[in-house]
Design a binder for this molecule. Structure first.
Ligand code: HEM
Length: 462
């Protein structure tokens, strides 16, 4: 501590009164994130020990870990323009293009990108209603393949559910199913992005990606999408439900390359988080077979025919809604994200005046399990959402924000809710899933998403 204080003590004055663990030379408290524990669990431990705001040191750089709903509300909602995204911009720029909403910032392209994004310009209720039949067909087709393959092997939920989601997203956004080769390009890009996001030596991010195959995958990926946009623009089809045709007919008039990148970003935005949520739900249902039975009964009653239910039936199935909420409360797919305070001025956060460019860790993990808010918080209990609790805790509220909060919350949220409901319902209505709940729920951080890894299951026809 002595040497650390000598070197960095002057920076600590601005944070006087904020508790935190003792830093040591030269890493500060960064070691807490390096000893194999998941970063959101580390942030949760800080909350238990130090309260809603904790001062930590990432080597010589001070950072705050926020676990207080009011302070998180300031950063993401009431004062959101005082904060910007730094990480993972440099890491992801070569992978998802600099203009992507994920990594653009207010005053630097975000507002325009957000306003012109098809999720903003299209009528989402209308668009989603048209997605039920085509997506259900795509998902059912993959479930049938799972059933066939289960006769001789097990299904690797980590990889196979990503592929199923990739197929469904291909249909929803591009009106076609991309094959394995395109899925592999996607994986190569995502792995490169993930490596860079997890890079522990920031100056290395000034170097271009060195991963073999990255540039080839990247150019094939973007050239293919731009070509598809160009072709569709020649003769856009207003009756085709995919987002590409709908955006061409009713959206903002985006240049081909921008529309291609915008729609391609949707894969990075939702394939990992969506498949994580579905796999988490399947695992929790396997651990709680009574809840699984209850859900299947409700699906049969509320959705009726597995091949012809409409969006109203899907969205009004309360039990399906409660199971997914509870899975996302318990294991949020995106449990941690970062902000920095403005680079050019001090900003106020609660009672504190933050120096320029202070890094903030924001996690929903602790608040989703906060026992003063959620009775028996460690219990997986979909029925906790009954009797008005779902209405009192909407998405984006203080103790439940799996899709983030405020103007920069997930732009794909409505689609994400729809897709996870449709996928879970279609999986359960078309197969019996044997997932041994004794398997370890191995979480790891991939592309900013908590991914359960290693879960295997067998699917049989009903
Ligand atoms: C279960 C599914 C999903 C979860 C849990 C999720 C979660 C999140 C969260 C927490 C954020 C905010 C991150 C932050 O504040 O730094 C976010 C942002 C974003 N999400 Fe999602 N997401 C999901 C699905 C999707 C889908 C399906 C898409 C697109 C099709 C998508 C696209 C985006 C984009 C573009 C942003 C950046 C928005 C902005 O900064 O303006 N996400 N998501």
């Amino acid at each position: 501590m002595g040497l650390f204080k000598l070197l960095h003590g002057h920076k600590a004055r601005a944070f006087e009164g904020i508790p935190g663990p003792e830093p040591s030379f030269p890493m500060g408290n960064a070691g807490a994130f390096l000893d194999g524990r998941l970063p959101w669990e580390v942030c949760c431990d800080f909350a238990h020990e130090f309260g809603g705001v904790t001062l930590i040191w990432m080597a010589g750089q001070p950072a705050l870990v926020l676990n207080d709903p009011a302070l998180i509300g300031e950063v993401l909602e009431s004062s959101w323009t005082n904060f910007y995204k730094d990480a993972p911009c440099k890491a992801l720029a070569p992978v998802i293009t600099r203009g992507s909403l994920f990594i653009s910032n207010y005053g630097k392209g975000w507002s325009k990108g957000h306003a012109e994004n098809p999720f903003t310009t299209l009528d989402q209720d209308q668009w989603l209603a048209q997605q039920v039949a085509p997506l259900r067909k795509v998902i059912k087709n993959d479930v049938e393949k799972f059933i066939e393959r289960s006769a001789s092997s097990t299904i690797d939920l980590y990889r196979d559910m990503q592929k199923l989601s990739f197929h469904a997203f291909s249909q929803a956004f591009w009106g076609r199913i991309f094959g394995d080769e395109v899925f592999e390009w996607f994986q190569t890009l995502a792995r490169t992005g993930d490596r860079r996001m997890q890079c522990r030596i920031p100056p290395l991010l000034n170097l271009p990606p060195l991963r073999p195959g990255f540039y080839s995958a990247r150019s094939k990926w973007y050239i293919m999408f731009e070509r598809i946009v160009k072709e569709a623009r020649r003769n856009p089809d207003a009756s085709a439900p995919d987002m590409l045709n709908q955006a061409l007919c009713h959206g903002a008039n985006l240049p081909d390359a921008v529309l291609a990148e915008t729609l391609a970003t949707n894969f990075f935005g939702g394939v990992f988080s969506g498949s994580s949520t579905i796999n988490t739900s399947l695992y929790m249902l396997a651990k709680h077979p009574d809840e699984c039975k209850k859900l299947v009964t409700a699906l049969k009653k509320d959705l009726g025919d597995a091949d012809s239910f409409d969006i109203d039936a899907l969205l009004s199935c309360r039990q399906l809604d409660f199971v997914l909420r509870e899975a996302m409360r318990y294991y949020p797919a995106v449990p941690l994200y970062l902000r920095n305070s403005a680079k050019d001025r001090e900003v106020q956060l609660g009672a504190h005046t933050l120096p320029r460019n202070t890094m903030l860790f924001i996690s929903n993990y602790y608040l989703h399990r906060y026992s003063h808010h959620w009775p028996q918080a460690e219990k997986f209990d979909p029925s906790r959402w009954e009797k008005g609790v779902a209405e009192e805790n909407p998405l984006g509220s203080g103790y439940f924000f799996p899709y983030g909060r405020g103007p920069r919350a997930c732009i794909g949220q409505q689609y994400g809710v729809f897709y996870t409901k449709l996928a879970l319902a279609t999986l359960l209505l078309n197969s019996k899933i044997d997932l041994n709940p004794a398997q370890k729920f191995n979480q790891f951080f991939f592309f900013g998403v908590m991914m359960p890894n290693g879960l295997k299951a067998k699917f049989t026809a009903l």
